[in-house]
Design a protein around this ligand. Structure first.
Ligand code: NAI
Length: 330
């Protein structure tokens, strides 16, 4: 029998936390035959709520779930974990600027970096969901010395999945037939959703989305802004931010990273740039990646036109500003 994998979820009493723990314990993250032990961390003031989540997990009688740790102690939460999903953080309130969000979250991620370094399993895979996701990931990398940079990633898979969803709606095809959209850049409104390399499976084989949509204006304008603004649209409708879709995307991210991407398919992940596509080394930037044997690699050699280049540079320059704010605090 397989040994249980220890999965940490921080902010587990929050909205995304509530959605994701059941998904993980049902095998949607690591596969239907992989037992898991869930480690859940939240703040002391959320201890009762967290305990309620723990009770519900027991009540759900999930066969893959081999144990639950619910705690507000970082050391206990990070102890021996193989996968860490970092969702906890200071939420963005109405009227709060991105800069204020960085100021509030950088110290949290500095503290979690040291817990990670001291207590997690040496090859722990880390996914940062909490915003500002790319900059939180950067802070983790800077302060979790022992953890290789390639083990730290941030979530842009939700944006990627939103892009697939928009194309599927536009063409009225099953979303599972659409692949290879790309999210470039920051998980923010400067991200560049790019469908110019995406394809759809048809009876005549794989066809470019560009050709099937046959509407350059839609691809450059409406598609881009709909994906960029989708989070805000969900908040407006639900009065709460995306949580089911964020949890589902986080499961997709880890599943593909650990179990591999299908041949000919790439996904978007926020990773530490090695200088690919001219993005400065060390920047946490969303790229198209393929995964094999637990390692991601950036897809190379894609044609980048002037339009795409200018969008990618705008997002890279926003990340440079976020980094400057973070460094200033530290
Ligand atoms: P939420 O406010 O419902 O939950 C956050 C939880 O984190 C709360 O229970 C809070 O007590 C806890 N928390 C705060 N500081 C903590 C700390 N230092 N250690 C442990 N737990 C801590 O928020 P929600 O809706 O679950 O969203 C969580 C985060 O995910 C937010 O930062 C949000 O902006 C981000 N997000 C990112 C997405 C992405 O695609 N990257 C998509 C959607 C949300």
């Amino acid at each position: 029998p397989k040994q249980a994998v220890k999965v940490l979820v921080t902010g587990a009493a929050g909205q995304i936390g509530y959605a994701i723990v059941a998904m993980i314990a049902r095998g949607q993250m690591l596969g239907p035959d992989q037992p898991v032990v869930l480690h859940m961390l939240d703040l002391p003031r959320a201890a009762d709520a967290l305990n309620g989540v723990r009770m519900e997990l027991i009540d759900a009688a999930l066969p893959l779930l081999r144990g639950v740790v619910a705690t507000s102690d970082e050391a206990e939460a990070f102890k021996g974990v193989n996968v860490a999903i970092l969702i906890g953080g200071w939420p963005r309130k109405e009227g709060m600027k991105r800069k204020d969000l960085i100021v509030k979250n950088v110290p949290i991620y500095k503290s979690q970096a040291s817990a990670l370094q001291q207590h997690a399993a040496p090859n722990c895979k880390v996914l940062v969901v909490a915003n500002p996701a790319n900059t939180n990931a950067l802070v983790l990398k800077e302060f979790a010395g022992g953890i290789p940079a390639k083990n730290i990633t941030c979530l842009t898979r939700l944006d990627h999945n939103r892009a697939l969803g928009q194309v599927a709606e536009k063409l009225n095809v099953p979303v599972g037939d659409v692949k290879n959209a790309i999210i470039w850049g920051n998980h923010s409104s400067t991200q560049f959703p790019d469908a110019s390399h995406a394809t759809v499976r048809t009876e005549l084989g794989e066809r470019p989305v560009k050709e099937l949509v046959a509407d350059e204006k839609w691809l450059r304008e409406e598609f881009v802004s709909t994906v960029q603004q989708r989070g805000a649209a969900v908040i407006k409708a639900r009065k709460l931010s995306s949580s089911l879709s964020a949890a589902s995307a986080a499961c997709d991210h880890i599943r593909d990273w650990v179990l591999g991407t299908p041949k000919g398919t790439w996904v978007s992940m926020g990773v530490c740039s090695d200088g690919s596509y001219g993005i400065p080394e060390g920047t946490f930037f969303s790229f198209p990646v393929t995964c094999d044997k637990g390692e991601w690699s950036i897809v190379q050699g894609l044609q980048i036109d002037d339009f795409a280049r200018s969008k990618m540079e705008a997002s890279a320059s926003e990340l440079k500003e976020e980094k400057a704010v973070a460094i200033n605090i530290l």
